[in-house]
Write a protein of this length. Structure first.
Length: 507
């Protein structure tokens, strides 16, 4: 025991200058606890470009693992990490018993090349505040991963380091498995208020509740325009009020993926997402709700919110966990294809391609059919033709025959557009025949609905044709007189005949 204490006391006075003065002549095998550690220190000292990642642990997996020993391993490792120009990824699985941990922290603080820092061990007596210079001065750090259980005091230290440093290069933060109290996470979330550059935020397996949601929502709202694209909040303690607080902040983000699985959310909470879904800035593509019993009320809330949404493509959950009945599935069906009117079908959701599990084995057949149509081009047209076999033309009669060419052009553009998409031969032939019969049916309805206008239009066209023919004959007659040497009746007709003759030559 006395020997260990004496060794620890001897190491406590060893700072960066101590190692700097001895690095030129030191024999690495003599100062490390194993040959593997000596080899890693040698590679760091030689600025070996292939040593771009390093793990500190109490076990060895490969040549990139530094094993914590009883000698001054961590002190020398910290010194060479501080000098390294090529170390990009540092993973810390263990400090050992913490001999000369201060020298290791000092070396990490001096490093400017690390872009990814992973800490998966209890910081123990080491205060996370001591790493503040690293976050402040390292402008290459893009990823921070923390995965260990901490108390409130350690959470406050983490918040202090992040808040004081304002590391603007940091884009990806993972804080998982902390088992944090709600208060502890709220402190960290508040420290993220200046991190609008974040793109990914992984926060699963904590105890985030209302207090933490309010703090995180306020931080996101304070970002204004942010780059946040991925937010993982799985397996926390988020309830309806918490989700409502988060939803207020999400409107300022560019989220494409949101994970809310394993939380305490019901239909009331999901309804708070409606404003976010309807926002012009909403670009959410994936929403995960595994292990959430949101029931039919939740389905109705989602369906109402997603009506008109142009971004969401995947709604993930397990139907047998969600408490959905036929009432809920009917709401999803109306969302995908509202068959009440043609216009309602057109304005249905044609973007969602998955509802339920990956293979959608438990998703009702009619909903799967609509989802398959959403994968194809011209989904709205497919649904209109499928759901409305007898298209009602009567609403168009108010424009009389002026809209008939538009209807014809619509069918022809549909046919032209679909012919450029690959379909099986049998389906393609059936589709073409179906479109032709629909077009003829629409024409027939116009004729049947406005017979008088149809007849009048026919004879009006005949009169126009006859009048045009008569004008042409008059021109030909006058031109013949000129060729015969006869004189026209007045000078005005000369110009008229000359124009007519010129047109005939051009024809």
């Amino acid at each position: 025991m006395d020997v260990a204490i004496d060794r620890q006391r001897a190491m406590e006075g060893r700072d960066f200058d101590y190692y700097e003065a001895r690095t030129q002549y030191v024999v690495l095998e003599d100062i490390t606890s194993c040959n593997g550690n000596a080899e890693i220190l040698q590679r760091l000292r030689d600025q070996d470009t292939s040593l771009n990642r390093l793990s500190i642990a109490n076990y060895c997996m490969d040549n990139y693992y530094f094993i914590v020993g009883e000698d001054d391993d961590l002190g020398w490792l910290g010194y060479f990490i501080g000098k390294s120009k090529y170390l990009v990824q540092l993973r810390i699985y263990s400090w050992g018993e913490g001999q000369n941990i201060e020298a290791l922290i000092d070396g990490i603080n001096r490093n400017r090349s690390i872009g990814s820092l992973h800490i998966r061990t209890d910081l123990g007596d080491v205060n996370f505040r001591n790493l503040t210079p690293f976050f402040r001065n390292n402008h290459r750090l893009a990823q921070l991963e923390l995965n260990f259980e901490v108390g409130l005091e350690c959470a406050q230290s983490i918040a202090h380091a992040l808040g004081e440093s304002q590391c603007q290069s940091l884009k990806y933060i993972t804080i998982e498995g902390f088992n944090l109290s709600d208060e502890g996470f709220a402190v960290i979330a508040t420290a993220l208020r200046t991190y609008r550059q974040l793109e990914d935020l992984h926060l699963k397996n904590n105890n985030i509740g209302l207090m933490g949601c309010i703090a995180l929502g306020d931080s996101m709202q304070g970002w204004g325009a942010s780059n946040l694209a991925f937010l993982d909040l799985d397996n926390n303690a988020i309830d309806d009020q918490g989700l409502e607080a988060l939803a207020a902040g999400m409107t300022n983000t560019t989220l494409t993926t949101l994970h809310l699985s394993g939380n305490l959310v019901s239909g009331a909470g999901l309804r708070s997402l409606s404003t976010y879904f309807q926002s012009e800035r909403c670009c959410l593509e994936t929403l995960s709700l595994y292990g959430v019993n949101f029931g039919d009320e939740g389905v109705v809330a989602l369906a109402d919110g997603l009506m008109g949404n142009k971004s969401l493509t995947s709604l993930r959950f397990k139907p047998y966990e969600s408490g959905i009945t036929d009432v809920g599935w009917a709401a999803f069906s109306r969302l995908l294809c509202d068959t009440s009117y043609v216009n309602s079908t057109y304005h249905s959701n044609h973007n969602i391609k998955r509802i339920g599990e990956p293979m959608m084995h438990t998703t009702p057949h009619d909903i799967k059919q609509y989802l398959v149509l959403n994968v194809r081009p011209h989904a709205a047209i497919h649904k209109i033709l499928k759901s409305h076999p007898d298209l009602d033309m009567e609403p168009f009669f108010q424009w009389k025959l002026k809209l008939l060419p538009v209807v014809i052009n619509w069918f022809r553009s549909v046919s032209s557009g679909m012919m450029h998409v690959y379909y099986p031969q049998e389906f393609s032939n059936s589709l073409r025949q179906n479109l032709q019969s629909r077009e003829l049916s629409a024409l027939y309805k116009f004729v049947r609905g406005m017979p008088a206008l149809t007849v009048i239009s026919y004879w009006q066209q005949q009169v126009i044709n006859i009048q045009a023919r008569r004008r042409r004959l008059d021109v030909e007659e006058e031109t013949a007189w000129v060729r015969l040497g006869g004189r026209p009746r007045d000078e005005g007709n000369v110009e008229f005949i000359q124009i007519g003759a010129k047109r005939m030559r051009q024809e």
